[in-house]
Ligand binder design. Structure first.
Ligand SMILES: NC(=O)c1ccc[n+]([C@@H]2O[C@H](COP(=O)([O-])OP(=O)(O)OC[C@H]3O[C@@H](n4cnc5c(N)ncnc54)[C@H](OP(=O)(O)O)[C@@H]3O)[C@@H](O)[C@H]2O)c1
Length: 296
């Protein structure tokens, strides 16, 4: 279980002793899917490990382990679908999610592209929403944060929002790239905000609803609707490419281009307390990630 995490090498045996990236004590994260990270130990071939500089642990502490899956997903979606240029605009829903905050920080740092986040008001109070919007603009480096409910079923509000998006772009263009983690009407809103030939990448389905794409959006706007799964990318790519991604994420964190979300650490032995704490923070404006300490 689990795909995000890191650990330390305690023994190196056999042919893996020739892999000079890895030695006893090395800080590593997984370079392959399916091993599970909610575990105290495992035997693993060294080519399935990616090294993490010790400085990342010194700077970030336990929060550092959230960098690779969330950051890797955001980085690949920004890199692999549309060639982004400085000044381009990207739009996403679930802008306050772990991946979403990474995406907004990395789009600025890697491409000089503006990122616009749509979030849902849900049951958040006005104060919580203000606090969250400030956080997404300051720490999250979002250029604009919009509330999904304010745009739902209101064509005039959507038109005004589209103009705000154009105004962010030096060429007055709508976004050419969108990231969808929600589905349903939220994904439809993203499609309405894309420029002709724009691409929507779906990586999550938090609402549990499907995605409806209008026929004219396909025929006349030539929109592309694609998906991204980080596990598949990890399977399809070689260790040096994966190490390059981890190195880039670590550098971005060390340069403060990525500020990690707060975390709360629980021992895996205290699984009940951890899950209770997690359930209790569902209404928090700025949620922490739950990190399991799996040491025996
Ligand atoms: N494809 C991949 O490779 C990949 C990689 C990583 C993550 N993911 C997926 O990406 C999604 C986000 O992951 P994460 O760890 O970044 O999430 P997270 O930090 O736990 O945040 C969850 C986000 O989803 C929103 N949300 C929850 N329920 C919703 C609903 N019913 N309708 C609309 N929005 C809802 C939350 O908004 P509120 O604050 O308003 O509740 C929040 O923005 C998950 O579906 C996860 O499985 C996919």
């Amino acid at each position: 279980m689990g795909s995000e995490g890191w650990g330390r090498v305690t023994r190196v045996l056999g042919n893996d002793e020739n892999d000079n990236r890895i030695s006893e004590g090395s800080l590593v994260t997984l370079g392959a899917s399916g091993y599970g990270t909610m575990r105290s130990s495992l035997w693993i071939p060294s080519h399935d490990l990616l090294t993490v500089p010790e400085a990342v642990w010194e700077k970030a502490g336990p929060a550092g382990c959230t960098l690779f899956q969330l950051g890797g997903t955001a980085m690949r979606m920004l890199t692999d679908f549309v060639p982004l240029q400085p000044g381009d605009v990207v739009i996403q829903n679930a802008g306050n999610s772990g991946v979403g905050i990474m995406a907004s920080q990395l789009s600025q740092a890697m491409f000089g592209a503006s990122l616009v986040s749509v979030i849902r008001r849900g049951s958040k109070s006005a104060g919580e929403l203000d606090q969250l919007m400030d956080y997404l603009k300051s720490t999250g480096k979002c250029s604009l944060v919009a509330i999904e409910e304010d745009l739902a079923n209101d064509q005039q509000a959507v038109r005004q929002f589209q103009q705000q998006l154009r105004d962010l772009s030096p060429s007055q263009q709508l976004p050419k790239l969108a990231f969808n983690a929600v589905g349903g009407p939220s994904a439809q809103l993203l499609l309405k905000c894309l420029d002709a030939a724009g691409t929507m990448v779906t990586y999550g389905g938090m609402s549990g609803q499907g995605i409806q794409v209008g026929t004219p959006q396909l025929i006349f706007k030539d929109l592309r609707v694609l998906g991204y799964w980080h596990s598949r990318w990890m399977i399809q790519h070689l260790t040096p490419e994966k190490q390059e991604m981890v190195d880039a994420l670590c550098q971005a964190m060390m340069k403060d281009e990525v500020i990690l979300s707060p975390v709360k650490v629980f021992s895996l032995r205290d699984v009940q307390q951890g899950l209770q704490w997690q359930a209790g923070q569902s209404n928090q404006a700025i949620r922490s990630k739950l990190v399991w300490d799996c040491q025996e």
